[in-house]
Design a protein around this ligand. Sequence first.
Ligand code: ADP
Length: 484
Amino acid sequence: MLNLKDPSLLRQQAYIDGQWCDANQGQTVAVTNPATGESLGSVPHMGAQETRRAIEAANAAWPAWRKKTARERALILRKWNDLMLENADDLAAIMTAEQGKPLAEAKGEISYAASFFEWFGEQAKRIEGDVLEAPARDRRIIVTKEPIGVCAAITPWNFPSAMITRKVAPALAAGCTIVLKPAELTPYSALALAVLAERAGVPKGVFSVVIGDAKAIGAEMCANPTVRKLSFTGSTAIGRLLMEQCAPTVKKLSLELGGNASFIVFDDADLDAAVEGAIASKYRNAGQTCVCANRIYVQDGVYDEFARRFTEKVKELKVGNGMEPGVNQGPLIEDKALVKVEHHIADALSKGARLLLGGERHALGHSFFQPTVLADVTPSMLISEEETFGPVAPLFRFKTEEEVIALANDTEFGLASYFYARDINRVWRVAEQIETGMVGVNTGLISNEIAPFGGVKQSGLGREGSKYGMDDYLVIKYICLGGM
Ligand code: ADP
């Protein structure tokens, strides 16, 4: 079992209105370690009723929370940040146990996750209104920003901590309260955050965690008129459904959905840097991130050399239980993920792709998969259309800049893209023409709390993190002062 310095961080109950509680009918669901198949414990399996209770508590807590000064809210968020960093080892161990990512990556995520509390706490003090030039002398136009109100958040399992703080931090900083439904596969990271929220002095009802039946909880969050805003990170299919369910109550939405990131290597690129960037972008979290390189386009002149150097480096990745030192790639989250990866590989091979490395389930069993490299991949293959969400790097060949821009943009998604080039004119040209919300130039890692994270096209709505991230939790009020 898990060996934690502070075992009280591992909670097996949900957290509603400042109370640790079970499901109304007492139902529970088990949580499994994907690296070992062992059960880590269980959590309540809740539904609409418990969700309604959490929403009512959030509504009751809202007036007092929004009345606090920005500094008072910021101090609580700072405390929450500090507690996360003080408990980083335990939080990382909990994450690796339930999610599978290597411990070093989990630790990295904890500090990334905490950084949103620090950043948005500071930003709380910089929510600014405006006074505009009026069309008549006897008037004044005043613009203020107010917290939108009770928010709901639904988060995925691939970043069990950071996807939560990226929503909760701006919500609380803005003066909103929030009810969270974390992914059912990774509830313990969310509950550990609730333990620390309590210790940081977050008042009861301001932050609640409801766990259980995703469909029922989601439906209640969408239909309940008290909830003014929903923030979701997950698949495009569920994002569309939630958007539909939010239509009757006209909720403000933030959606961070699927990606199909292109990673382009031009013939003037620093090849070693491109190899390093491609590995970081592709194999992080075993390929299970929405900004992972999903299509690697390499220009004709450097294709063979890139493929050789890339495959050599991928061979060095160590697969294993994320708790063990030196492991670079943990298991996939569940068996279903393996099936999709196998399907994408089989489809590519049947249409003429060449296997350079891997291609099969790993000898370690469970949901481990070999780091895989495919060459001669073409747009007619499934892997070019859909997110693989696994450790498979497909290498496409291209000849010209125009051709690769058209290929990169030929997708319904528009989250992240990457390219490696040295020619400064090309860098500008390509960066401007790529249709994604984020572009990494000569780097494979782009996420941090200061930068705006989000997509265009069917990859979503809104931006998270950065000075823009607070806007999603604020509404503008215009006050017209007349008859002066
Ligand atoms: P993934 O493929 O990453 O699991 P999902 O979109 O299925 O993507 O899951 C992301 C989050 O959405 C999880 O918290 C999951 O429980 C939740 N979810 C799944 N189905 C629904 C639904 N019908 N309504 C609300 N939330 C849902």
